[in-house]
Design a protein around this ligand. Sequence first.
Ligand code: KG4
Ligand code: ZN
Length: 364
Amino acid sequence: MIILGIESTCDETGVAVLKIIEKKDGQTNIKVLANVISSQIAKHKKFGGVVPQLAAKLHQKNIILVLEKALKLAKITASKDLDKIDLISVAKGPGLIPALLVGVSAAKTLAWGLKKPLVGVNHMEGHIVSSLLETNEKRKTKNEKLFELPALALLVSGGHTQLVLIKDWLKYEILGETRDDAAGEAFDKVAKMLGLGYPGGAKIEELAEKGNFKAFDFPRPMAKSRNYDFSFSGLKTSVKYTLESLDLKLKVLPSIRNTYISDIAASFQAAVIDVLADKTIRAAEEYKIKTLIIGGGVSINQALRRELKKSLKEKLPTVKFLAPEKEYSNDNAAMIALAGYFRFKAGEAGNWKSVQADAKLKLG
Ligand code: KG4
Ligand code: ZN
């Protein structure tokens, strides 16, 4: 079947086309025919973060262009063979309501006009299934056994930090989440303090590779608490005070500035990774999971991947580690189309009336 996915929860306008072939032997082939993303990052940069009204305007401006491009890549001619599309899947939340309304309205209009089923999915479920997508590859996988259960997902993005337990297929229990800033948000705020621009996660990682992660002893917030919640705002403040106390030195000795900046980036990144990895591995042990999944923009971070793999190897060598390719780590519509396929199989698709945007949608 052919699935059209639409993503507009935040600052990426995405449209994807997936082809899913269900074989008689229970195998499922997932093929990404198109995954087009129009990022608005450059437009939000000067405001230091995403401005919801601007995001909505840009989604409105771009969504049909992105749709046209995706259809073209998938070799679907808009004027004659839109009927090839079997299902429309849209991210209905969580996200910024002005942004969500654009994608959801486009999806409803398509479903109404084409008389095709529509399914609204949770953006975070998209991140959970994103590691099942492979660039230009057919992936053979046994239906319904895509992850060996129980599985644990660490979802880390600009808006979310969650540890999610999956005991049953498509059923989620949030074990813990951030009480203040999301992990990506902390990366972005610290990057701003260091003058690295927005979004800053990738730049911090690049500098951290050159820095000494032991140079500054930043706090590991909530590392010792027995729950699975996170907090990153104290860490961010600690970086701020460190920078203020170094200010004089940085002015007097500009030659050592770069070393300091790299050391701060490395020490900050090490603190975030320590907390994320510690809690993830602790939950993995407690719930005796078989698969560890990571997803979201921060999951691209190679130091985080290395740390998780190392800890699994030492403590839980039989646990399978699944991480999305770069193209599917950031917000994209291919993951929304795939989550929509699973929900369709679970009997959850309806007509155009069945989906409403929900900014605070919870995983359940
Ligand atoms: O999932 P995503 O594309 O959008 C949201 O739903 O938020 O995640 C974007 C976030 C940003 O905060 C960005 O700074 C962070 O992912 N990020 C990284 C890296 N690349 C992107 N954080 C740490 N290390 C990276 N290499
Ligand atoms: Zn996301």
